[in-house]
Design a binder for this molecule. Sequence first.
Ligand code: UGA
Length: 434
Amino acid sequence: MKIAVVGTGYVGLVTGTCFAETGNQVTCVDIDERKVEKLNNRIIPIYEPGLDVLFYRNVEEGRLKFTTNLAEGIKGAEVIFLALPTPPGEDGSADLKYILGVANDLGPILEQYAVIVDKSTVPVGTAEKVHAGIAKNAKVDFDVVSNPEFLREGVAVEDFMKPDRVVIGTKSDKAKAVMNRLYAPLVRQGNPVIFMDERSAEMTKYAANAFLATKITFMNEIANLCEKVGANVDDIRKGIGTDSRIGKRFLFAGIGYGGSCFPKDVQALAKTAQEYDYDFRVLKSVMDVNAGQKKRLLPVIKQHFGGDLKGKTIAIWGLAFKPYTDDIREAPALDNIRDLLAEGAKITAYDPEAMENVRNILGNQVTFAHTSYAALDDADALVIMTEWPMFRTPEFEKMNLLLKNKVIFDGRNVYELDQMRELGYTYYSIGREA
Ligand code: UGA
């Protein structure tokens, strides 16, 4: 099939590359000339494990192309994906200016029937707006389908190639047939393609992210209570996760969820509820608890140092909002670093992928170390913000020599309590006794 993907951000690039991998002829379109030039020079602008192999292979095969010209990019395409940003507006609702802008541009240049697919996370009712935007000037028949993505950063290629499910919102049989054909190679194991109407598909995406954010937040509150009652949240996680109704995944307590999706989507769903005059109380609590959770370690750190962090050097391991990404959007590390700096602490940080992004924001307020161990040199304590695997089994003997004090504040429960006791560390974590 010939397909076009408008927007070469994270979702667009993964979508385009993966559909090229299943044999389609894909053209990705972006207004950002520098980005398109980079892509045409085989430079991938994002860090996503496994994407490079597929990208180079399909560019080489001539199945994956890039252009800034929308009309040229969509020429002959049976399916046109819209993978455009939907940043939160000032009131928290998703801003649709990019998507509706492209919808307006598409109308006059469509030359034959095409399925236009909303891939970005968009509020309920967007497919109808996109349809209206195109219809104003369209000379040919077309359908607008909502097909939300459920990709996790860091494992996006795997999530795309082996989806748990594919959700497709459309009432058009013609569009259903096209989408079925496109996704058939990805659901050969029998994972379902679930058809529904456009509004339900749009709502499904928000419900999924809001549910997962709620699941994490619930565990974070259990963790906070565990600290008070003297229980261990890791044991609770195992104890409840084995109940198949609850499930083992997404029960890890920590210093809150971040990233480009959960915070934005929970906020946008709350905003939708408000617009429809529905008081979605759970969501309000989730946002409130998460904001507090992100700052959970600061008072603990302060208290440990007798309330005064002036002149203390704090080593930070992990800056990305989670492992296997360089993404620092809504990352707890950023908020915490700002707070620690405001308290007069000096920060030496290490992250395998995200340091450049933090440097662009905080500049020389933070010292960036070349290795994880270099960050510890002469530090008064170590704070773990992201659970990169390399932090899980470090050489403690080396750490002991570098750190001034054997003190770890662990925002991701990376170590076992017994292990820390044996090694003689003062160890603070989330939802477990000190
Ligand atoms: C999330 C969803 O998982 C994807 O299904 C969805 O497609 C995507 O948002 C999106 O809307 O585009 P992502 O933001 O990449 O994906 O990251 P997750 O792996 O879901 O993690 C989100 C946050 O939750 C991270 O800050 C992570 O540290 C936190 N988390 C996750 C926990 O604190 N505990 C857990 O047990 C799991």
